[in-house]
Design a protein around this ligand. Structure first.
Ligand code: HEM
Length: 236
């Protein structure tokens, strides 16, 4: 007989209540969202195909009514990941604030990079970007887009992306958001390794460098699209 046996739900709740539990949730959901960002970038790079129909066939496949159930299941899964990621980050931030209400007297005592210090606002700005981005290129509510509303099954993504980025203000906002996303991914990736206890004088600098390279490649890939449109390299 064990009076102190804890059921698995209680154990999970207790684990989550500790900072490490929240960091684990942030790491798992962060990896899921990172996977989406990489997959989405690879899909978007089809805009450079010499065949303008290429990216539209890809979008047509995603929008095919036969794929509606998996599509909505993935959307719901990603939304859940975003909600958990944001909730855990806010709770962790609150927990840290309560634990250290006065804060450090000298900010330099904290070995925090620029990316680490900007985490708290790069996250919300990337979140705001995603809302704007869906209204812009999925819903077509920001600027009138050719086919989004008239033919949602086979949207003319090639047209929408190029026409969308011909607006310099929109392109500038995307580029700023991509740079913030890059810093967010860089810090998120490498602090995930720290939280998992992967810290070693020889490997930590390598992990940091690896995280920076991956984040910068993603930013270059994403920023290249509005830049190529504004430079006239991608046109209708
Ligand atoms: C220049 C960079 C980007 C381009 C050209 C781009 C392009 C697009 C396009 C064309 C769509 C609509 C697709 C369709 O309706 O078939 C879309 C949807 C979306 N994008 Fe992006 N995107 C970019 C960056 C990003 C980034 C960095 C994120 C996340 C941080 C993101 C997240 C999303 C989401 C969540 C959707 C909605 C997907 C859905 O409808 O289920 N995008 N994007």
């Amino acid at each position: 007989m064990s009076a102190i046996a804890i059921n698995p739900v209680d154990r999970a709740v207790r684990f989550y209540e500790a900072p490490i539990g929240k960091k684990a949730v942030m790491a798992i959901t962060g990896v899921i969202l990172f996977g989406y960002v990489v997959g989405h970038l690879l899909g978007n790079l089809q805009i450079y195909s010499s065949d303008p129909g290429q990216i539209n066939r890809y979008a047509g496949f995603l929008h095919n009514p036969a794929n509606a159930i998996p599509l909505w299941a993935i959307r719901a899964f990603l939304l859940l990941a975003v909600v958990l990621h944001v909730t855990a980050s806010v709770q962790l931030w609150n927990q840290n604030r309560v634990a250290r209400p006065i804060g450090y007297v000298k900010k330099n005592d904290v070995p925090a990079s620029y990316a680490a210090r900007t985490m708290i606002w790069s996250g919300p700005i990337v979140g705001a970007f995603i809302v704007f981005h869906i209204l812009h290129l999925t819903v077509g509510a920001v600027l009138p887009l050719q086919d989004v509303n008239s033919n949602p099954v086979t949207p003319d993504v090639h047209y929408n992306v190029i026409a969308g980025f011909q607006n310099y203000g929109v392109s500038a906002f995307y580029i700023v958001a991509m740079i913030l996303l890059c810093m967010h991914l860089y810090h998120g990736l490498w602090s995930m390794f720290q939280s998992m206890g992967i810290s070693h004088p020889r490997y930590t600098p390598l992990l940091k460098k690896g995280a920076a390279i991956v984040a910068i490649l993603i930013a270059i890939g994403n920023c290249s699209i509005p830049i190529a449109v504004m430079a006239g390299l991608l046109h209708l």
